[in-house]
Design a protein around this ligand. Sequence first.
Ligand code: 0L1
Ligand code: MG
Length: 261
Amino acid sequence: MTSIDHAAWAAYLLASVDDRSPVAAITKQIDEFSIDDAYAVQAALLELHLGRGDRLAGAKLGLTSAAKQQQMGVTEPVYGWMLESSVLNASGEVELGELIHPRCEPEFVFVLGEDLAGPGVTSEDILDATESVTGGIEVIDSRYEAFSFTLPDVVADNTSAARVAIGSSAIGPRDVDLTTLECVFEIDGEVAATSTGAALLGDPAKCVAMLANHLGRHGQKLQAGWTILAGAPTDAKPLAAGTQARALYSHLDTVSIVARR
Ligand code: 0L1
Ligand code: MG
């Protein structure tokens, strides 16, 4: 790791959240900003949020589907944190005045029943440790100008995490083959994308296993009670004033959000 001031970059990103104002990507300002530096900034940013009284609700993966990787021009997943303050209430209303340039995407969501520590965690281990699976819609909101960044930039920015709606219905992790669980994503009543769980690196549980193994490399573990976003099977869509997004899942109730100004 370099001698980069991780706490200072975390404060830089938090100010962007507070001001609802995009900032220049970190890699546009310093020559060497590694993935390890980026996760160190992400950890410092989490500490700043927790220091303000927010609480950890779980964790997330991003860029786990070909659609998302192509949209962002990258080839590997990223890992981040989900804060309690980001979880929308049942109305699904998203206040645009609190955000910069939000986009929305459907998510496959796991709720853990047991702790699980990497390395060596497999998809089967994840299914064993999972209490339930549900659907969701994540609102992502890059803190960077023009939603433009490199992989280390977006890791530092807690993988663009902003808001999330979690479905009210759930299934057991082995009730259905999660690779065949279908998701239709609608924007204002028009189908924007259709996919299945297999779009998430072949298996949503495999994605969560990758998160467990990532955390294991950092001396951390998945924790019972956490909500985990396995990633979006489709690319993200802009969330403008009045936009209603719906994710319709087989075997699960529909999840909806609406953007308000
Ligand atoms: O949840 C996500 O897939 C976001 C990953 C970061 C890239 C982006 O902002 O789309
Ligand atoms: Mg996402």
